[in-house]
Design a protein around this ligand. Structure first.
Ligand SMILES: Cc1cc2nc3c(=O)[nH]c(=O)nc-3n(C[C@H](O)[C@H](O)[C@H](O)COP(=O)(O)OP(=O)(O)OC[C@H]3O[C@@H](n4cnc5c(N)ncnc54)[C@H](O)[C@@H]3O)c2cc1C
Length: 421
């Protein structure tokens, strides 16, 4: 039984928030032509403003951590309060009512990397990183994908070779979100090519500022550069920064991927919040299509799909809150999210026609191009649509397993990409 009641905790949280942040203004009803018309799926900024936003985000995390609201459910030994999930949910709801700096910078670090450190790291690495990540002193990224290893992650080729109490890393990662501002990364490397591909892998925490780490931005078709290629040349990592046992990196990766799906789910499965549903309705009215039966039918279909996706997502989230493992609902929720995004894109394209592809300067029209161009990225991130369908096919419909998982041949003898022996 916690010594602080939920009511006491809420009063304490409210007085901290009142003293350090301002309440959000009441959300105004959407009015066509008013305010920003930005509709993006990726939060893209110029590097300078990204740095400034990050500094504000870190300052807020540090302040709330020091006041006891940074890691409400975490172990006391790492600065947590050891309070039940209900307290955390209550904090989230309360904080949501105030204007605070964007905390998106910490999504990967706290949603995926920190839980993996807690589950698999040495005491030294836990002491070094857990509090620093939760306090926002450090930002982390996920260094999994490679040019020849994405959906089939176990084909990765970045090598880690032991040298006394250290490991030497060589290779390349790709699509690393946020590497440009991250201090550390969770990396999975091949440590034994003589073992089958899922077996000879090991996880580490690598310092992104270490000599030999080079981060190169990747320009997206939306115009921004949220992802990077990361090159490792003779980068040294101490053995006490290893995650899990040597050659047991697949289990480490699965811990992270499980948390990744839960994080994506927690972000909402609708893709079209009520605000954007209102926006679609107002757009239809603005262009005089509100009496058009086909447009009305398509819009109703979109709203129904979004609601259904929201309920599936809720079911998965409730399971997680009850301490159960997220099941195939997570895959269904991810698929529904991207399908609804595509349907939204098609609907908007039908209403706007050429206004969506040629910038006429008209409010609320060309802005949608950013949204549409972000959809392919969403269909791939966190498990592609096809991979999600495989999971649903196998685990829900009981179909035969996807062919191609070779669990016996040594990695060295597999024909994987441009693998060097
Ligand atoms: C927005 C975004 C953010 C990302 N952030 C990160 C990050 O921070 N860190 C990181 O490590 N990676 C990140 N990634 C990479 C992401 O994990 C990979 O892109 C993803 O795993 C797919 O891998 P791939 O790009 O190599 O495509 P591939 O796996 O080569 O897939 C190519 C095509 O083949 C299909 N396909 C593949 N396997 C199968 C199969 N078995 N059955 C049917 N179809 C199949 C896929 O659906 C896809 O259409 C990010 C990607 C995106 C888009």
């Amino acid at each position: 039984m916690p010594d602080t009641t939920l009511e006491q905790f809420e009063a304490e949280a409210k007085s901290f928030l009142d003293a350090n942040a301002s309440l959000k203004a009441e959300e105004k009803k959407f009015v066509w032509g008013e305010g920003s018309d930005k509709v993006t799926l990726f939060d893209e900024k110029a590097r300078k403003s990204e740095r400034e936003e990050l500094a504000n985000a870190q300052a807020w995390r540090q302040k709330k951590f020091d006041a006891g609201f940074g890691w409400i459910t975490g172990p006391a030994s790492y600065g947590g309060r050891e309070l039940p999930q209900a307290y955390d949910r209550s904090w989230q709801a309360l904080e949501g009512r105030y204007t605070v700096p964007n905390q998106g910078f910490f999504g990967i670090g706290l949603g995926m990397v920190a839980p993996t450190i807690l589950a698999h790291a040495t005491d030294t690495a836990k002491d070094t990183y857990l509090k620093a990540l939760w306090r926002g002193d450090l930002v982390a990224c996920q260094l999994f994908s490679e040019p020849g290893a994405g959906s089939d992650l176990a084909s990765l080729q970045t090598r880690a070779e032991r040298d006394g109490d250290e490991w030497i890393l060589n290779g390349q990662k790709v699509w690393t979100s946020g590497a440009q501002y991250s201090d550390v990364g969770e990396i999975i490397c091949r440590t034994d090519p003589d073992m089958p591909k899922h077996k000879g892998l090991t996880g580490f925490i690598v310092d992104m500022h270490a000599p030999g780490v080079e981060v190169r931005p990747l320009r997206q078709m939306t115009g921004g550069a949220s992802f990077n290629e990361v090159f490792f040349t003779d980068v040294r990592v101490r053995d006490d920064h290893r995650l899990g046992d040597v050659n047991q990196g697949w289990t480490v990766a699965l811990t992270t991927l499980m948390n990744e799906r839960a994080s994506i789910g927690a972000g909402g499965a609708g893709g079209s919040s009520l605000a954007s549903t209102n926006r679609l309705i107002e757009m239809v009215r603005h262009f005089g299509l509100d009496e058009d039966p086909i447009t009305r039918q398509r819009l109703a279909d979109l709203i129904i799909r979004t609601k259904v996706a929201g309920y599936t997502n809720q079911r998965a989230m409730d399971k997680i809150k009850m301490g159960q493992l997220p099941g195939p609902e997570m895959s269904i929720a991810k698929l529904a999210l991207t399908q609804n995004m595509m349907k939204t894109g098609e609907f908007v394209a039908n209403v706007l026609g050429p206004r969506m592809v040629a910038d006429s300067g008209e409010w609320g029209t060309y802005a949608w191009a950013q949204f549409v161009m972000g959809i392919p990225g969403m269909r791939i991130a966190g498990g592609s649509d096809e991979v999600m369908r495989n999971i649903v096919g196998e685990r829900v419909l009981g179909m035969p397993k996807d062919a191609g998982i070779d669990s016996t041949t040594p990695f060295r003898d597999l024909k994987v990409g441009t693998q060097s022996k």
